[in-house]
Design a protein around this ligand. Structure first.
Ligand code: ARG
Ligand code: ZN
Length: 881
């Protein structure tokens, strides 16, 4: 266990290693509890390095049983070995030498799921970021690239399959029921991309012919019997490979590409060279067990990991501070892929919803950090939505600034210059500067300054002069360690919409640089004047969310309704609807708290209903429009002194007003958007289902009885409709006999499918209100629950803490105390999982006093726990600071 209170690592302290690692030869003799690992490492001292510097290798909980220097046992006086490091002295000044290290590890006892572990009888590895050092002593850092040969010896009956990175060299029997296989990966890679899988799995096979005509074997490994459920992942993989060739000119570079799905995994998936390992949740799907959202996630994550082959593997990171170099860029690439495969505006709406509900709160709370941080205590805690999603938005802004062609040129230069390198953010940005002759110095502040910029805007129109004026001011809030900020370069897409719905084209603009439809806000305050505007326009600002900012722009409800109904950009229509809804929802929460009656606004309800009923618009968009801003969106808008019960009650009042405004519209949508015939997971069919289920949620409110949802549950022929109906039943009618019956039918039908049972857990753990905690506690005693499995824990405990604002934030603090107990129990076994779930409390300071006192006490209880992991202590200490 890593219980050492890790010291802080600083970017400024980066320096190259003293030794270059030429080659790596690994031999694994796999055994559930006593796996022997022999690592033969060939090094030479880097030119110019201190000739007396020792070789210091990283370890973590290691037991060494042998150490050779150039094949001869090493003199004990020349080295020091502890569980977490190996230091060797008196090494040659320039000529290469070989170190052979033997370690013994216990995969069965590895509950952290980092390094080599066992899941359902399968050996598998997870090395990013620092898991390789749990296998052998090694320079375990991303700037040490080497060529690997891997030999695997294992029991033939239980492990017919022996896999590692690269190309298969050969295999043979190995006496006494054992066999062996050898793999060679010709591409130099850092240790975090190493992978090994051994076990007995089923496989789905296919091929892909690359743009230069090479045939690549594709294999997806899953548990026996689950092969049919890997078909969609395979299809997504082939589409990803094609797309990366067409859009980025990137071809796959090995003879084989493998994906292995495992059921115990700390994260979504991992891009190991040629051998991706996936949480099976992001591979397995069929209509009976997967929702449309599951299909979309599989498509996106398969693409993401595949795209890493170029952005991450061929060009990797110099150090972990550069994590966004691969993650932000690769998220941007998978976003673009999904946008091309599906509906671009609908995809963008989903991205922005996610960014605002996850990244904005992180950026506004105690865990805020820059996209490119400068220090960390535990790197595992930096796989954050800021590094990933904000990192993607920053990449998107570069594309907005230099344009589509300019972005392509910059990317080409990046691959040309840095293929085979461990690069930095500065290297990346330089490629766009050099390819386009632009200066991105100010823009780069997006990597370095944390916090979501607030842009305040006001406008005026001078009829006599035909001039329209926008006054803009930017403010970047203080964040931990960054009290003051410099003004940033904020690219704002915009449109000026005339009364008839057409776009006004200004004859000239002064006061701000405008290129095409982008206004570049660069100073703290700027006033842009547009001339040649014949009538007062309505501004549609930050179109397609070109910059990840908060916008304060007091637009009249009538103007917002105008944009919501007429903007040419569907994303802007959704955004205007949100801007229309949020002030109402905030006001409703305020009134509930003050004991006043909520008076919902008819403009919002009518605009919403008009859009929902507009058959000219795609159903998926209309479904998004119907989903009011969430309770956490409202909390974020309120900013401080939040009462989750009042937020919910206010939102419920607005929702009920909409539901009762014209129930016939919802009934018509519900009836007319059934998908007929066999299930297909394509975006258009998914949109039909989304609209129908959004209508069902409103109808449950106007009906006031569970009958319609119970009938929908009974007649559903796919998991999307089934789980949507079950959610409506459980969340609207938790005590109805229909709900109890449906929950039991669902459980019994899917008792053997852990991924579906996770939905059963999540639907119940998110039932709002007081009783949620007792329900969660009762579910933890269910035979379906397994606290050693990360998916189960996330589905029940994680979902409760992250997605049940009223249940979790109970005024008596019982939710926080429960979470504290859970964290302290999970931490010794799986620190990464514990730390991740703990981040659900990142907005605790924005709660009203009674709750925030309880939250602080629960955090203090965690902080005073014995032997905390560095993962949990890092998070809890930052949260309390
Ligand atoms: N690189 C993986 C991805 O594609 C995630 C690895 C997460 N690692 C961790 N230690 N949390 O996003
Ligand atoms: Zn990634």
């Amino acid at each position: 266990m890593r219980t050492e209170n890790g010291q802080i690592i600083h970017l400024a302290d980066y320096r190259q290693t003293d030794f270059v690692l030429e080659r790596v030869d690994l031999t694994f003799e796999l055994d559930p509890t006593e796996t022997k690992v022999e690592a033969r490492l060939i090094f030479h001292r880097r030119e110019g390095a201190d000739p007396s510097a020792p070789l210091v290798l990283d370890g973590d909980e290691l037991v060494m049983t042998g150490l050779l220097f150039d094949q001869v046992e090493m003199d004990a006086a020349r080295y020091d070995a502890t569980p977490d490091s190996l230091t060797i002295r008196d090494l040659p000044a320039s000529e290469p030498f070989e170190i052979t290290i033997t370690t013994m590890i216990n995969p069965e006892a590895n509950t952290q799921l980092m390094g080599l572990y066992r899941t359902n009888g399968v050996y598998c590895t997870q090395c990013e970021s620092e898991g390789f050092r749990r296998i052998t002593y090694f320079p375990d850092r991303p700037d040490v690239l080497s060529v690997y040969t891997v030999n695997i010896i294992a029991d033939k009956a239980s492990c017919p399959l022996l896999l590692s990175n690269g190309n298969f060299l050969g295999g043979a029997g190995y006496g006494e029921g054992k066999h062996f296989a050898a793999w060679f990966d010709p591409h130099p890679k850092p240790s975090y991309l190493f992978a090994l899988v051994a076990g007995d799995l089923g496989v789905v096979e296919d091929t892909f012919t690359t743009m230069s005509g090479r045939e690549v074997t594709l294999k997806i490994y899953v548990e026996h019997g689950k092969e049919p459920r890997a078909a969609y992942a395979m299809d997504a993989l082939k589409r990803s490979m094609k797309w990366d060739e067409e859009v980025f000119g990137r071809e796959y570079d090995l003879d084989i590409f493998m994906v292995v799905a495992v059921s115990d995994f700390n994260m979504g998936a991992m891009e190991n060279k040629g051998l991706n390992v996936f949480n099976d949740k992001y591979v397995l799907a069929d209509p009976e067990t997967a929702t449309d959202q599951d299909y979309a996630n599989i498509e996106a994550i398969i693409a993401h990991e595949y795209f890493h082959n170029w952005t991450g593997n061929r060009v990797t990171c110099r150090d972990w501070f550069q994590l966004c170099l691969k993650e932000g860029l690769t998220v941007y690439r998978d976003h673009e892929f999904s946008a091309d495969q599906r509906s671009r505006p609908v995809k963008r709406i989903a991205e922005v919803r996610h960014l605002k509900s996850e990244q904005f709160p992180e950026d506004a709370g105690p865990l805020a950090h820059p996209v490119r941080p400068t220090k960390y205590r535990e790197i595992n805690n930096f796989y954050t939505t800021t590094v990933y999603e904000k990192g993607s938005e920053v990449t998107r802004m570069i594309a907005t600034i230099v344009g589509t062609d300019g972005f392509k040129k910059g990317m080409d230069l990046y691959f040309e210059r840095h293929d085979g390198d461990a690069a930095t953010i500065e290297d990346f940005v330089k490629c766009f500067e050099d390819a386009n002759g632009v200066d991105l110095t100010q823009f780069s502040l997006w990597y370095h300054q944390a916090g979501t910029p607030l842009v305040s805007v006001s406008s005026s129109y001078d009829q006599a002069k035909g001039e329209f004026t926008l006054s803009l001011e930017q403010m970047i809030p203080p964040t931990p360690g960054q009290a003051t900020k410099e003004p940033m370069h904020i690219p704002l897409r915009f449109g000026l919409i005339s009364a008839d719905g057409s776009e006004a084209r200004p004859s000239a603009v002064t006061g701000a640089e405008v290129t095409g439809d982008v206004l570049h806000l660069k100073e703290r305050r700027q006033t842009a004047t547009f001339s040649g505007i014949a009538s007062r326009p309505v501004v549609s600002l930050n179109r397609s969310f070109s910059a990840p900012i908060n916008l304060h722009f007091e637009q009249a409800p009538a103007d917002l309704a105008h944009i919501a109904r007429h903007d040419g950009d569907l994303f802007s229509r959704w955004q205007a609807l949100t801007d229309l809804a949020l002030p109402d929802l905030v006001e409703a929460a305020r009134r509930v708290r003050a004991g006043e009656a909520v008076e919902p606004n008819a403009v919002l309800a009518d605009t919403l209903i008009a859009i929902a009923g507009d058959e000219g618009l795609e159903p998926a968009f209309r479904a998004q429009a119907l989903a009011l801003p969430s309770e956490s969106d409202i909390a974020r808008e309120l900013g401080s002194n939040n009462d989750p019960d009042a937020i919910r009650a206010g939102r419920e009042a607005v929702l009920a007003f909409v539901a009762n405004r014209d129930p016939a519209v919802f009934a018509r949508l519900f009836e007319s958007h059934r998908t007929a015939g066999a299930f297909t997971p394509d975006a258009a069919s998914a949109g039909q289902r989304a609209l129908r289920n959004a209508a069902l949620a409103y109808l449950a409110v106007s009906d006031g009885t569970p009958a319609r949802a119970a009938a929908a549950f009974a007649s559903a022929d796919n998991m999307t409709d089934l789980s949507a109906a079950l959610t409506v039943l459980a969340h609207r009618f938790p005590d109805a006999p229909e709900t109890a019956a449906a929950l039991e039918t669902f459980r019994a039908r899917f008792a053997d499918n852990a991924l579906v049972i996770d939905k059963w857990f999540s639907i119940q753990s998110t039932i709002p209100g007081e009783g949620a905690l007792e329900r969660v506690k009762a579910l933890m005693t269910s035979p379906h629950f397994n606290k050693a499995n990360p998916n189960r824990v996330r589905a029940l405990v994680g979902t409760f803490a992250f997605s049940n604002p009223t249940g979790f934030n109970r005024a008596d603090g019982a939710g926080y105390r429960f979470l504290a107990e859970q964290i302290l129990e999970i931490d010794p076994k799986n620190p990464q999982l514990a730390a991740r779930i703990l981040t659900s409390m990142r907005s605790w300071r924005a709660l009203e006093e009674v709750r925030s006192d309880h939250a602080r006490n629960a955090l203090r209880a965690i902080a005073s726990g014995e032997k905390l992991s560095s993962d949990v202590s890092d998070i809890v200490e930052r949260m309390l600071k």
